[in-house]
Design a protein around this ligand. Sequence first.
Ligand code: F6P
Length: 324
Amino acid sequence: IKRVGVLTSGGDSPGMNAAIRAVVRACAYYNVECVGIYRGYQGMIEGDFKEMGPRDVKNIINKGGTILKSARSADFRTAEGRKRAYENLVAAGIDSFVVIGGDGSFTGAEIFNEEYKFPVIGIPGTIDNDIFGTSHTLGYDTALNTVIDAIDKIRDTANSHNRLFFVEVMGRDAGHIALNAGIGAGAEEILIPEEDFGLERLVESLKRSKDSGKTSSIVVVSEGDKIGKNVFELKDYIEENMPEYDVRVSVLGHMQRGGSPSCFDRVLASRLGVKAVETLLEGKSNFMVGLYQDKVTLTPLEQAIKGQSEIDMELVKVSDIVSS
Ligand code: F6P
């Protein structure tokens, strides 16, 4: 391994810059060259590369987004696109790469490795925390803090007006953000994709809230929840069936993906970035570096893609108890 490529791919997440910095500086530390690949796999296909040294990544550990930019490349899903990417890597003398992204990005890496036997290591970067083989993905902790900060503010106005708010949070197919930020922000109810608790339970719970003297309520709804109604339909439903509630909706959206990474995410990014380079230098490929019981671990990419990052149902019980 003499020249390592690094790219960020898929939805960006806070901590990606810190991971790029760690990869670039680990390469310098171990005397191998490092090349930044722009716009994820799309930049690989278009040969959008830039040599990177330690000073190129100064002052970015605290920045959200990704200096390398990111993309969800449709071209990389085609054999033709991957062939072009391979040819560009070879022409640029790049002999391995580190991809920072989610399961879609890892799937691309896996297929590419199968076709071209190209050494690759994945770093889990997504706010959704939906990757098997790591307790935390880059950006998840920051997103949780962003969400509780936003809900705290919503709570202020909800309280002033005795209102019920449905707050939609991200997490396409995973309820980690909803469940943890929901508990952290003291939500009355939390709806997640992993479990359909049903409308009746929601109505019952809101009734109990009213009866117990609560004046405002927050229901956190994961964007992929399975209750069969989006936040606006939920609002209509509750207003129709529980006229005692004055309901508003707040969709937090992409603000959850931005912002300065938390200390946890910066440290995680630094540890995973260094380990990714070290793993390549040990001659290993097709692994994801992750965190398990606060130790940096390796998981085969295939397992990271296929495995389920499960929701801790204990948290559902905790939420029920502490929101009563
Ligand atoms: O996977 C991260 C994520 O932010 C999801 O939570 C969300 O559903 C999706 O990306 C949004 O993707 P896009 O930015 O392409 O709209």
